[in-house]
Design a protein around this ligand. Sequence first.
Ligand SMILES: Cc1ncc(COP(=O)(O)O)c(C=O)c1O
Length: 368
Amino acid sequence: MSFDAERLAQPAIRALRAYDPGHDLPTLRTRFGAVLAELGSNENPSGPSPKALAAAREALADSHRYPDPRCGRLRDVLSNHHGVSPDQLVFGNGSHELLMQLAQAFAGPDAAVMHSQYGFAVFAIAAAASGAPTICVPALPREHPSAPWGHDLDAMAAALRDDMRLVYLANPNNPTGTWFSPDALHAFLKKVPDDTLVVVDEAYGEFMQVAGHASALSLMAAHPNLVVTRTFSKAYALAGMRVGYLVAHPSVAAVLERLRESFNLGLATQAAAVAALADSVYLHLTLTRNAEERAWLAAELAERGHRTLPSLTNFLLLDTGEDAAPLERHLFDRGVIVRPMGGYGLPQTVRISVGSRAENRRLLEALP
Ligand SMILES: Cc1ncc(COP(=O)(O)O)c(C=O)c1O
C-alpha cells in the first residue's frame, strides 16, 4: 500500500483545502508580457513609496543578521501613529497570518466562531482549521440600499451564544466592498459579552476616506474584547513584503505572542513598513489616485451596461446577474485577470481590482 499522510492529519485539517491562487501568474506574465492586466488580487498599482523601497534596500545589507524579533522600531512608530501602547500590537507575516492565529488561540471544538455570509474567506478557513463550530450568518439582501450583501450586524448580534469566542467582521468587506458605520459597530459591541472577541478586519481601512467614518480603533478603550487587524498590503502597496499587524488589549496580544514565530517579519519588511508609514504624502497621493480611478472605472463600466456595487476600496464587485464564468474566461483569454466569486457563493459576480489607467483601459477594451 502506498504511503498517504492524509489519514494521519487532524480531522479539522483534513477538512481544509490548500489555497487556490486562481492562476499561475508567473506563467501568465511570460505568456502575455506587458499587456497582462493583473486585476485579480486587490493590489495597489501605484507601487510602494520610493522611500519604503530605499529603506528595504538599505536594510538588506544586514541580511546575515536575524531581524528584530520585537519589531521594535515598527512597534514604536505604529503605537505613535494609532495612539495605542506598544504592548497592544502583534505583527504578522501579512494580516492573514494573524486572522489564523486568532482562531488558533481562541477558537476550538468548545469555542465557536461567527462570521457573515460573503465575509472574507479566511474567516471560515481559520475557524475550520481550529475545529470550532462555525455560525455563518446570512448577509443583507442584494437590494439593501447601502450595503448589498453586507454584514447584517443585527442578525449577528441575535446569533450570539454562550460558547461564542470569536466574531470576525470585515470593514470594508472583501469581496462585497460593503462597510458599516462606527455607530453600527458600537451598537453591535454593546450586545457582545466580554468573553467573546470581536475582530474587525480593516485591511482596506485606509481607503475609507469619507466624512463620519472612523476606524474601530476609536472604540478600543471602551471594548477590551475588540481586536483590529490591519495590513501594509493594500493602501501602502507592500503586499509582496508581507506585513500585517493587529491592535488588541495587551492580554490578547500576550496570548498571541506565544504563537508568533519569533522572526516572522524580515528585516527589509520591517524597514519598508516604517518608511511607508512615515511617507504620508505618498499615501495620500495613492489614495487619491485610487479614488479617482475607481470612480472613472465604475462610470465606464456603467456606460457599457455593467453594474458594480458601491465601493470605497480598491476593487469593484461586478454583478452580471447571470453566470459570470464566461465573462471571466473571455477576459482571461485576452490577458485581463479578474477574480471569479463562485467560491464565495456569488457565481454571478467577478471582483475587479482598480488598476492603473492603462490596465483599466485594457479591461474595458477586452469586455465582450
Ligand atoms: C479583507 C482582507 N483581509 C485580510 C487580507 C489579507 O491581507 P494580507 O495577508 O496581505 O495582510 C486580505 C487580502 O486580500 C483581505 O482582502
